[in-house]
Design a protein around this ligand. Sequence first.
Ligand SMILES: NC(=O)C1=CN([C@@H]2O[C@H](COP(=O)(O)OP(=O)(O)OC[C@H]3O[C@@H](n4cnc5c(N)ncnc54)[C@H](OP(=O)(O)O)[C@@H]3O)[C@@H](O)[C@H]2O)C=CC1
Ligand SMILES: Cc1cn([C@H]2C[C@H](O)[C@@H](COP(=O)(O)OP(=O)(O)O[C@H]3O[C@@H](C)C(=O)[C@@H](O)[C@H]3O)O2)c(=O)[nH]c1=O
Length: 298
Amino acid sequence: MAAKRVLVTGNTGQVAQAMMAAKPENVELSCLGRPDLDITDFDGLRRAISVFRPDVIVNPAAYTAVDRAETESSLAYLVNRDGAGNVARAAAAAGIPIIHLSTDYVFSGDAPDPYVETDAVGPRSVYGASKLAGEDYVAFYNARHVILRTAWVFAPWGNNFARTMMRLAGDRETVNVVADQFGSPTYAPHIAAAIYAVTTHILENHEADQWRGVFHMTGTGDTNWAGFAREIFSESSKLGLQSANVQDITTADYPTPAKRPANSRLSNRKFSDVFGHPLPEWKSGVHQFIEAVQRALI
Ligand SMILES: NC(=O)C1=CN([C@@H]2O[C@H](COP(=O)(O)OP(=O)(O)OC[C@H]3O[C@@H](n4cnc5c(N)ncnc54)[C@H](OP(=O)(O)O)[C@@H]3O)[C@@H](O)[C@H]2O)C=CC1
Ligand SMILES: Cc1cn([C@H]2C[C@H](O)[C@@H](COP(=O)(O)OP(=O)(O)O[C@H]3O[C@@H](C)C(=O)[C@@H](O)[C@H]3O)O2)c(=O)[nH]c1=O
């Protein structure tokens, strides 16, 4: 089969960087970001597509500052709703599918069990609501869409909770972390590998309907933020890197501008069934994350 041409938006992001780092041999990749490609600029998207002629577009670009979004809601909607809609519309105009990234924060977190794709949404934050609006726009503008809801993304690069924990461990003995919000940490390189598997699947099954729609795709297993922090420090201390004690606290003890779901756990069954690519255990992601942090220090 000829090389697949994949265009990715937002080249400084965690997921986009992971896709660059793990590009398979049979993929021609173009990762573009601001100022060269701004997803709020529809004409710019059309131009980028006509130059690179991709077979599929992956859209991880987003406004992801969860707390800041509460006071910058116009900007969050401009990027996460209108921008996502632009990418889907430009892809549709070129006759190609879109793989779009979304979030666990579209749910309220009030349900007791892991969420399935058909469960009612109910975002508690501007970020979550803007991402939900983005899902709707993507589905409206491009029938050939895969919307991947992931959660608690971390990587050895970019802004994420795991890197924040390693930074905090550098200057304190104990870190206070909420223990009443549950979810599944997801390692960006695992997401990248899954996106390449989805790409292969949809390009080899053009006409099938089964792959279209919303899918949950998170690291296997679950924890709470305090448990995530403990695992990070357990792995870091094994390799002689900085670590800290973790003190469990409640959401009420850690007030933030944006409300987060108490239950962010997503069922990955549909994703595994359709794409045959279950994501690895989140703990294996933590192990690889710490190894990468150590390599960067050498
Ligand atoms: N991070 C997480 O924990 C989670 C993320 N997600 C979703 O997964 C996706 C990827 O997340 P992640 O890799 O962490 O994101 P990051 O926050 O690491 O990166 C976001 C990227 O989007 C870019 N961007 C922002 N606005 C625009 C714009 N107008 N035009 C083009 N690019 C833009 C940023 O570029 P610049 O450098 O110019 O700002 C950056 O490259 C997102 O859709 C996010 O909503 C879902 C669940 C959890
Ligand atoms: C830094 C820190 C955070 N926390 C809490 C606050 C919050 O409830 C939780 C996570 O905090 P953060 O602000 O790091 O993570 P947050 O920005 O909420 O992460 C989210 O990002 C967006 C983009 C998503 O889509 C989500 O899936 C999720 O990953 O941990 C502590 O309890 N102690 C701490 O020292």
